[in-house]
Design a protein around this ligand. Structure first.
Ligand SMILES: [Zn+2]
Length: 390
């Protein structure tokens, strides 16, 4: 959705950074979002085609999502579906539930739609989809005081059909509330446009519709902005919620908040919403902010629970620049990495350049365009998207 332009920017005057302090365990988990995973998920999402509600590609995407959660180790009982029909075809919302330790009957929802129109929808909303998957992978065995539902909605593009169905048939049954929510955190179109300076994210609060939930929405959105600053390199811009899957919740009085790209791509709902146009680094950074914020909302354990919470993929700190590049691509590595190789492939998967242990790679022979740069060292690998621009 998202057809209107943003209406107003809210004042940051009530911003209260002292209410939340930095938590090392939250940071460590936010750092477990990997660029490689995000890039691969966006590529896979692109490969699933145009996911029009009720289409075969739409069903294939739902099954792809289910497979991911099964691979993360979520049990059958944690994975549920909410079906509805559109134009005579069945389509489904996918809901993954993780039970809280202190408030098992109060839920934090993190959600984003997976249906698309016109194009593969890699930004709208493969970006939010990839982030939900990374958050669910990282937090699977991390205790949270509140229960968490990861929800992938369908039918968003036809007018919030999936989220409306879920609110009116699952959250409410016969107009009686059956699920209590702490906050609904929606992520929609956070892919940016490759080549733009994507260093800011819109933090959306509800300032319309039902009024009783507006002040708490603003408070949660301020917390979302603080988490973004604490756990990601992004800057924040306060904005307002509109035309996405949080709205049916808001209409029932629930507290909502959300992320939306700051510098708009305007690729949404067109054939240009492709993997080539999206900025995977932006999605990666929004992912870190999201994992930080979700832990804060759900009150995740602040204890570092496992040794792997301390060590991410060390290659993730490798810097490959400039991007866009002209003639030379620089590789900045941690000192102890001596042996590595770099492969650059074009968007059709054809290998166009290979180098070993070179920190300045001559790319002057490459034509303008988008490439995938993968760097390997021992058994670790990172994948980055690069742009060549002469
Ligand atoms: Zn969308």
């Amino acid at each position: 959705m998202k057809k209107l332009s943003a209406l107003l920017l809210l004042s940051l005057a009530t911003y209260n950074i002292h209410a939340q302090s930095f938590i090392q365990a939250y940071q460590n988990r936010a750092e477990q979002v990997t660029q490689t995973n995000i890039t691969s998920l966006l590529q896979e999402f692109a490969g699933l085609g145009v996911k029009t509600t009720g289409s075969t590609a739409n069903t294939n995407t739902l099954n792809w999502l289910k497979g991911k959660y099964q691979a993360f180790g979520y049990s059958t009982s944690q994975i549920t579906e909410d079906s509805f029909t559109y134009n005579g075809n069945t389509t489904k919302n996918l809901i993954i539930t993780k039970t809280g330790t202190v408030y098992p009957n109060i839920y934090v929802i993190i959600c984003g739609h997976y249906d698309t129109v016109a194009g593969a929808g890699v930004s709208d909303n493969g970006s939010g989809t990839a982030i939900l998957l990374e958050a669910a992978r990282i937090l699977k065995d991390i205790p949270t005081e509140y229960s968490v539902k990861f929800i992938h909605f369908s039918g968003e593009e036809q007018g919030l059909l999936g989220s409306s169905h879920y609110v009116n048939n699952v959250v409410f049954q016969n107009n009686v509330r059956s699920i209590n929510l702490k906050v609904v955190f929606n992520i929609d179109q956070v892919g940016g446009q490759l080549g733009n300076i994507n260093n800011t994210i819109k933090c959306e609060s509800d300032q319309s519709g039902q009024t009783a939930n507006n002040a708490p929405s603003l408070a949660f959105t301020q917390q979302l902005a603080v988490c973004t600053t604490l756990y990601s390199p992004l800057q924040t811009s306060m904005s307002n919620t509109y035309a996405s899957d949080y709205i049916p919740f808001e209409n029932k009085g629930d507290i909502i908040t959300g992320f939306y790209e700051y510098e708009r791509s305007f690729n949404e709902h067109t054939v240009n919403d492709t993997f080539a146009n999206v900025d995977p680094t932006y999605v990666y950074n929004v992912g870190k902010a999201s994992v930080g914020a979700l832990q804060h909302f759900a009150v995740a354990s602040t204890t570092i629970l496992a040794t792997d919470e301390n060590q991410g993929n060390q290659l993730e700190s490798v810097k490959i620049y400039p991007n866009p590049a002209k003639n030379i691509l620089n590789i900045d590595l941690p000192d102890h990495i001596k042996n590595f190789n770099v492969e650059i492939t074009d968007m059709s998967g054809k290998l166009v350049l290979k180098s070993e242990n070179e920190t300045k790679i001559n790319v002057s022979n490459l034509l303008n365009g988008v490439y995938i740069c993968s760097l390997k060292s021992e058994n670790k690998k990172i994948i980055n998207k690069i742009l060549i621009e002469k």
